[in-house]
Design a protein around this ligand. Sequence first.
Ligand SMILES: NC(=O)c1ccc[n+]([C@@H]2O[C@H](COP(=O)([O-])OP(=O)(O)OC[C@H]3O[C@@H](n4cnc5c(N)ncnc54)[C@H](O)[C@@H]3O)[C@@H](O)[C@H]2O)c1
Length: 309
Amino acid sequence: MRVLVTGGAGFIGSHVVDRCLQEGHEVAVIDNLRSGSRHQVDPRAEFIELDIRSIRLPEIIGRLRPEAILHFAAQIDVRVSCQDPVFDAEENILATLRLIEAGLAKGLQHFVFASSGGAIYGEASGAQSEAHPEVPINPYGVAKLAVDKYLHAYGIQKGLASASLRFSNVYGPRQGARGEAGVVAVFCKRLRDHLPLRVNGDGTQTRDFVFAPDLADAVSRVLKQRATGVFNLGTGVETSIQELATALCHCAEMDPAQIEHATAIPGEQRRSLLDASKAIRELGWTPSTAVQAGLAQTYEWFRTHREEA
Ligand SMILES: NC(=O)c1ccc[n+]([C@@H]2O[C@H](COP(=O)([O-])OP(=O)(O)OC[C@H]3O[C@@H](n4cnc5c(N)ncnc54)[C@H](O)[C@@H]3O)[C@@H](O)[C@H]2O)c1
């Protein structure tokens, strides 16, 4: 299948590119390299350095004629979205709509979108399914939800098959420090540089950490089955930031007693936890990497790729 991965030079996108190539797809990547890196893109994929907001986008899509678009390029920083909601919407909503329109004009059959459970469902009192109320509290979350809704409308209006994948906090090799689960990357870098870890507040706040290669497996299943609709992709396992810091200290053979505590961030979400039973049932997906094993692999990558991260 001819697959276009936007943001394919980034953290999650590059794992998805690797998986698509493994599956034998013909892969092209569009990325402006704002946070991604050229060397993270497997040379078997065609790489096009382009901003998805570029007026050249329709011409490039016209040449590539992708059967499926996997859309991972985004403004990913929640703080930036609060400081400049217009910029966030231009990149995360309008550019996405232009991408869909350009694709549809050239025979696009399936659109897969990197959405966000944490940003859409808000504070969790237990695992949140796709039926949980959608209550984004920042422009980044509003934009993710808007695209999810646009895709539903595109299905009805234009027959476009699409899947909105609502990720929990993704971590793994190649991660940058800014995204939703950037804490893993930040901690790995500090440990590698023999610096103490700093946890905000008492560290009892929890997140659902899902390993990027497991997500790439889910994306590959979505593609293969041409699945449509909203799917939560998380592990259903809560890990506190204190537990995360302690586990990473063990990976780095550092004493967890060195963990420092900074003042809590006002308004920081206490719990985030996704119920992915729909994806498990309908896609046959399993988030198979236990968090301890995934953190060990991630720390090892940061330790051995100092020049890249
Ligand atoms: N990391 C997480 O925990 C998480 C959770 C939920 C959703 N997501 C979503 O997954 C997607 C990928 O996130 P990531 O963590 O891999 O981030 P990332 O920053 O590593 O990847 C984003 C990629 O998009 C590229 N990009 C950004 N703006 C672009 C533009 N205007 N034109 C072309 N390329 C552009 C960047 O250079 C980068 O390579 C994003 O849509 C993000 O919102 C991430």
